[in-house]
Design a protein around this ligand. Structure first.
Ligand SMILES: CCCCCCCCCCCCCC(=O)SCCNC(=O)CCNC(=O)[C@H](O)C(C)(C)COP(=O)(O)OP(=O)(O)OC[C@H]1O[C@@H](n2cnc3c(N)ncnc32)[C@H](O)[C@@H]1OP(=O)(O)O
Length: 262
């Protein structure tokens, strides 16, 4: 690892396969990944309806130029679902979105550190993956959001180590609010594990950016007019605002350390 924080490099994408993925996880990854690209009759490769979204371990890495800055400014902060170093021990997941249908699916393998009831996944961990998937989906559709409401109904326990599908769909948008429904099911769809609804609210301060139709760069999706206005603002200064925000957090952190050490 370079000691110099400004060395440009690609951030690690945690949604790519690793050795801990079970054959079922790998199979579903390949299934949805194949839907991201289609072959025409002439053998030409074209984009399919689905996109795989990258996943990083620090929020600033999603912003333009954030890879360098995150090393300097985000200190020890980590995205909750990506903070367990051991592969396969925590949240292993990959998110795909379908822009046309405004749906999203996450293939989720729950590791042994997520235990709640013996041999089964903790309810808080289930709510966490639901919040992450609906939050990611709403960000893709509307722009950077905060979860305002999440209502979860647990229908049947999820065995530790198993692979499940987390489906998120858009119910409606209303001003700054994006209403989503979510179901966690077995991979063959025969068992309902969890159902949830959520309301995501566009952030008052647009400090980060979302993915474009390739699921890669930093632009808002085709959300409401509010979102379009925000997109225009975000395009002008997406990471300048982010840097300012992060600087405030960083200085705040440093001041806190100084005061608590005396
Ligand atoms: C982003 C790029 C990075 C991507 C990383 C992706 C990977 C990670 C993804 C991880 C994702 C993880 C995600 C996370 O974990 S986010 C962390 C958990 N969430 C929070 O901490 C949010 C805390 N709450 C707030 O900050 C504010 O309350 C918000 C911002 C939500 C609204 O406060 P704000 O002062 O701005 O606006 P407002 O009060 O005028 O309300 C606006 C509208 O919303 C309606 N309303 C408000 N609350 C509720 C409610 N409870 N039920 C129903 N409706 C509600 C309200 O009536 C109004 O409606 P209307 O009057 O306009 O009709």
């Amino acid at each position: 690892m370079s000691p110099w924080p400004f060395t440009p490099s690609q951030p690690r994408d945690y949604s790519l396969p690793n050795a801990s993925w079970s054959s079922e996880m790998q199979r579903l990854y390949e299934h949805y990944n194949n839907l991201c690209e289609m072959e025409t009759e002439g053998g030409e490769k074209i984009k399919g309806a689905w996109r795989r979204l990258p996943s990083y371990n620090r929020s600033l890495k999603y912003a333009t130029g954030g890879q360098c800055l995150s090393k300097l400014l985000q200190g020890k902060a980590r995205i909750f679902t990506r903070n367990i170093e051991e592969q396969g021990a925590g949240f292993e997941y990959v998110v795909f979105v379908n822009k046309q249908e405004k749906t999203c699916v996450c293939v989720f393998q729950a590791g042994h550190l997520l235990e709640g009831p013996p041999g089964h996944v903790h309810g808080g961990a289930i709510a966490t993956i639901i919040d992450s998937v609906t939050g990611t989906h709403a960000t893709y559709l509307s722009g950077p959001v905060m979860t305002a409401n999440l209502t979860v109904n647990y229908r049947s326990p999820i065995p530790l180590g198993s692979v499940v599908l987390v489906h998120s769909s858009l119910d409606k948008t209303e001003g700054r609010k994006t209403f989503l429904s979510c179901q966690v099911t077995s991979t063959d769809g025969s068992k309902m594990h969890t159902e949830a609804t959520g309301i995501a609210c566009l952030c008052p301060l647009v400090w980060a950016t979302s993915w474009d139709s390739d699921g890669q760069s930093s632009r808002c999706g085709d959300g409401s007019s509010y979102c379009s206005e925000r997109t225009a603002e975000a395009k002008q200064s997406p990471w300048a605002v982010g840097v300012l925000f992060e600087c405030i957090l960083f200085l705040n952190d440093q001041f806190s350390k100084t005061f608590t050490s005396h």
